[in-house]
Write a protein that binds this ligand. Structure first.
Ligand SMILES: N[C@@H](Cc1c[nH]c[nH+]1)C(=O)O
Length: 390
C-alpha cells in the first residue's frame, strides 16, 4: 500500500479517543439501565447478514449498504440497522417465544457515505423493539421509554416530534396519486423550500395546492389533529388521526406532554414504517439524535407476522448533545523508583481496592515527568531510598 494512505481511514470511519469512549460508556450504561428497568432484554446479532434477506428488509438505499462476498459466493452486508436483524432473530431462534417481545440492543451499524460530508459510516445505536403488539399503548410505551432514557442519560432540553405515515400517505395519494413519492422525498430530506416549489408547479387545482402547502404547517400540540382533519376525508387519514388522538392521551398519562409535539409532515428514512413515527432533537443540534416508529409488515417478511414498534438512539449524537459530562473519577499516578517498588505496588493495590483508577509508572520510563503528571488529579512519589534507610 502506498505511504499516503498509512494514516487515513476509509470514508466515514472514525477512531474513538479515551475521553469520548468514557462519555459514550457512561451514557450508554444509563440508556441500557433504563431499558432494562422497563423489562426490555438485551440481544446481540452478527455484524454481517445476507443481502437477500436482512439487507433488503432493512429498507435503506442500496447505495448505502456495505456489501462483500463470502467464500461461498453469497452477498453479505454490514448491518445498516438493528430492526431487520432483530426481526430475523424473532422469527427464527426466538420463534418459540410468545408475543409481545420486548428486546433492546446496543450495536454499531454501518451506512456507506457517498461524499466527504463529515457523516459517519459506522455509528452506535442503542434502541428497543416491542414486537407483537399493535396497540397505541405500545406506540406510547416506546416513546415514553425513549423520553425517560434520554432524561436518565443526562439530556435536559429536547423534544420529540410525532407524525403518522398513514396521514401523509392519505393526503399525498389523494391529491397527487403516483407522484406522491417525489413529494415524500422532499419531506424526508426536510427540504421544505423544494417541496413548496414542486407543489407550485404541479398540474393540480389551487385548492389542492393549498391543501399540500398546509401540510407543512401541521405542527404543534394536540389541536394539530383538528387542523389536520380539515385537509382529508379518506378512511386511512381519519384512522391515522384517531390513533394520534389516542396516542396523545397515552402520553398525557405518562405525564410527558412537555417533551412531545405533533409534526404531521414527518417522514423518516426507513421505508418499513407503517404508522406512528417519531424523531427526537436536542436543543444544540439540528439533526435528530433518535428516531423510530411502527413497522407492522416487516416481521411478515420473515414468516412470523407481528405488529411492532421501536426506536434507536444515536450514541455519538446524544453524547454531543449532552456536552460535557461531570468528570466522575479522580485519576491517580504513583511514580516509583526501583528501591521503593514494592511499597508503590502495595499503595496502588490498596487505592484500586477502593475503586480508584491508579497508574503505576517507573520513573526511569518517562522523560518528561512534569508533562506526564499533568494528566492526573493526584501524583504520589515513591522515589529513592526507603524512608529510614538513609
Ligand atoms: N432502526 C431504525 C430505528 C428503529 C428502531 N425500531 C424502529 N425504528 C433506524 O435505524 O433508524
Amino acid at each position: 500500500m502506498s505511504k499516503p494512505l498509512m494514516f487515513e481511514k476509509p470514508l466515514g470511519m472514525r477512531d474513538t479517543l479515551p475521553e469520548m469512549y468514557e462519555m459514550k460508556k457512561q451514557v450508554s450504561q444509563q440508556l441500557e439501565a433504563e431499558m432494562t428497568g422497563w423489562g426490555y432484554q438485551m440481544v446481540e446479532t452478527p455484524t454481517l447478514e445476507y443481502y437477500e434477506t436482512v439487507g433488503l428488509a432493512s429498507a435503506i438505499l442500496d447505495q448505502q449498504l456495505f456489501k462483500l462476498l463470502d467464500q461461498q459466493g453469497n452477498t453479505l452486508v454490514l448491518r445498516p440497522d438493528m430492526t431487520a436483524p432483530i426481526a430475523r432473530l424473532v422469527a427464527s431462534s426466538m420463534k418459540g417465544e410468545a408475543y409481545p417481545l420486548r428486546l433492546s440492543y446496543q450495536s454499531s451499524v454501518y451506512r456507506a457515505q457517498q461524499h466527504e460530508a463529515g457523516k459517519p459510516a459506522e455509528f452506535e445505536q442503542v434502541g428497543v423493539e416491542l414486537i407483537g403488539d399493535g396497540t397505541v399503548s405500545a406506540d406510547g410505551e416506546v416513546i415514553a421509554l425513549m423520553v425517560s432514557s434520554l432524561k436518565r442519560a443526562g439530556l435536559t432540553n429536547f423534544k420529540v416530534a410525532i407524525g403518522h405515515v398513514g396521514y401523509v400517505n392519505a393526503l399525498l395519494l389523494d391529491i397527487v396519486g403516483e407522484r406522491a413519492d417525489e413529494l415524500r422525498r422532499f419531506l424526508y430530506e426536510k427540504n421544505y423550500v423544494g417541496f413548496r416549489e414542486h407543489v407550485k408547479n404541479l398540474p393540480i387545482s389551487s385548492i389542492d395546492k393549498g391543501r399540500l402547502l398546509s401540510l407543512l404547517k401541521l405542527r404543534g400540540g394536540k389541536d394539530t389533529v383538528e387542523e389536520a382533519r380539515k385537509l382529508i376525508s379518506t378512511e386511512e387519514g381519519t384512522k391515522a388521526l384517531a390513533e394520534l388522538t389516542e396516542l396523545w392521551q397515552v402520553l398525557e398519562s405518562y405525564g410527558i406532554e412537555e417533551y412531545v409535539k405533533l409534526d404531521l409532515n414527518l417522514v423518516l428514512h426507513m421505508s418499513y414504517y407503517t404508522g406512528v413515527v417519531f424523531e427526537g432533537y436536542g436543543s444544540r443540534l439540528g439533526v435528530p439524535l433518535c428516531s423510530g416508529g411502527r413497522y407492522d409488515e416487516l416481521l411478515g417478511k420473515f414468516d412470523r407476522p407481528g405488529q411492532a414498534t421501536g426506536f434507536g438512539v444515536r450514541l455519538d449524537l446524544l453524547v454531543e448533545a449532552i456536552g460535557e459530562l461531570a468528570s466522575t473519577s479522580k485519576k491517580t499516578c504513583i511514580v516509583f523508583s526501583k528501591e521503593r517498588r514494592k511499597e508503590a505496588f502495595q499503595k496502588a493495590a490498596s487505592l484500586r481496592a477502593n475503586g480508584e483508577s491508579v497508574v503505576v509508572q517507573d520513573i526511569a520510563g518517562v522523560k518528561d515527568v512534569d508533562g506526564m503528571s499533568e494528566q492526573f488529579t493526584e501524583v504520589h512519589y515513591f522515589i529513592g531510598a526507603k524512608k529510614g534507610d538513609a
